[in-house]
Design a protein around this ligand. Structure first.
Ligand SMILES: NC(=O)c1ccc[n+]([C@@H]2O[C@H](COP(=O)([O-])OP(=O)(O)OC[C@H]3O[C@@H](n4cnc5c(N)ncnc54)[C@H](O)[C@@H]3O)[C@@H](O)[C@H]2O)c1
Ligand SMILES: [Zn+2]
Ligand SMILES: [Zn+2]
Length: 380
């Protein structure tokens, strides 16, 4: 089968690899109809992870079940499914409590809880930027979708970024009527803004410097804040008459930068601590790494980021972090899409055949104007 393979920094190719197949009785194989390029893939693409050369990338996958193992009972060949990026065993303590993003059994790496497809340090699993994908524990992991091809561009956000944006808002502790500041207007930040509005936020501020992304934020009813024109904290503080926001969401991650493009891994955390009111909450879904050899500072190479913990403590704020447990939310979010209440597909800018993945990676990585979210359609 054809698949997108990582060859080294800024180098991905589409080439023939062995077919995905049922290896264990509880596996299914999914024929991929849509697979997205994610901001998380860019950390690998830019050579900022320890991902091995030859890895098949892709953790945002959906398609149609092609084959099932003898032990699969619920899922049937021909089912249209969304594949959560987390691979859960379904029976460990964390999976049972809804924390599939910290599954204790699927990642063989010592000290790493949580597994995913096609991702650095998340286990030996191939990704789904390919014609087919092997899904372990299929009965547990797969989410069934209405048959046909309706809502394809909305449903494809269910494997990662819609639940991740929703999780960022959950972690912040938002309740209806709260003002929320989302840092980052990439796909994840836009999904967080969409989620906060669906959950009844009074106002949602979205901070970025990319005009096309800020325009999308405005289009869904959020207030765009351009950090390249003035300090975003001052802009939001003024708009809230000095009070700040109730909740903040971090959707940028460890490659946060200033308007000139210089990286400061503490920048967004510091801004959130400043702009969230005392006793407010912060949800961090942007990724931070325990090891980052390409980091801007010595400490950050070891995951040590000097953010303003003193003010965070003094203001009595709370913070939640980590990979999103997709299964906690994906059924409800699917049904919001079916009911016409959620439309996460509004961020899709490009749909390409699998063969054009290298072009998709290059443009999305360069944040070329208008390249907000790239979908790949194997077999198209
Ligand atoms: N926790 C999870 O489960 C999970 C899942 C998916 C993605 N992620 C992570 O979420 C983050 C965002 O993903 P994405 O796909 O939206 O990526 P992206 O790289 O497309 O978007 C990040 C955005 O942040 C902006 N930005 C950079 N510095 C900023 C600053 N100082 N202030 C405000 N905005 C700034 C960039 O201009 C960019 O638009 C990444 O770190 C990704 O790895 C986490
Ligand atoms: Zn992703
Ligand atoms: Zn588990």
């Amino acid at each position: 089968m054809k698949a997108v393979v990582y060859q080294g920094p800024k180098d991905v190719v589409v080439k023939e690899v062995p077919d995905a197949r049922v290896e264990n009785p509880t596996d299914a194989v999914v024929r991929i109809t849509t697979t997205n390029i994610c901001g998380s893939d860019l950390h690998m693409y830019e050579g900022r992870t320890s991902v091995e050369e030859g890895k098949v990338l892709g953790h945002e996958n959906m398609g149609v079940v092609e084959a099932v193992g003898a032990g699969v009972e619920r899922v049937k060949v021909g089912d249209r499914v969304s594949v959560p990026f987390n691979i859960g065993c379904g029976s460990c303590r964390n999976c049972v409590h809804g924390w599939t993003s910290f599954c204790l059994r699927m990642n063989p790496i010592e000290g790493m809880d949580g597994a995913a497809y096609g991702y650095a340090n998340m286990g030996p699993y191939d990704g789904g930027q390919a014609e087919f994908l092997r899904v372990p524990h299929a009965d547990f992991n797969l989410l069934q979708l209405p048959e046909g091809d309706e809502h394809e561009n909305d449903f494809t956000m269910l494997s990662d970024i819609f639940p991740t944006g929703w999780h960022g808002v959950e972690l912040s502790g938002m309740v209806p009527g709260d003002d929320v500041a989302v840092f980052g207007a990439g796909p994840v930040g836009l999904m967080a803004a969409h989620s906060a509005l669906l959950k009844g936020a009074a106002r949602v501020f979205v901070v970025d410097k990319e005009e096309d992304r800020l325009a999308l934020a405005e289009q869904i009813g959020a207030v765009p804040v351009d950090f390249s024109t003035a300090d975003p904290v001052e802009q939001i503080t003024e708009a809230t008459r000095g009070r700040g926001v109730d909740r903040g969401v971090e959707a940028v991650g460890y490659q946060a930068h200033d308007p000139a493009g210089d990286e400061h891994p503490e920048l967004v955390l510091d801004n959130l601590v400043k702009v969230v009111r005392a006793t407010g909450g912060i949800g961090v879904v942007g990724v931070y790494m325990p090891q980052d050899p390409g980091a801007a500072t010595e400490g950050a190479k070891e995951g040590r980021i000097g953010w303003d913990y003193g003010t965070f403590f003094t203001k009595g704020q709370s913070m939640g972090t980590g990979q999103a447990p997709v299964m906690r939310y994906n059924r409800q979010l699917r049904d919001l899409i079916v009911a016409g209440r959620a439309k996460p597909g509004f961020i899709v800018s490009h749909e390409l055949p699998l063969e054009q993945a290298p072009e998709g990676y290059r443009n999305f990585d360069d944040r070329v104007d208008g390249w907000t979210k790239v979908l790949l359609h194997p077999g198209s």
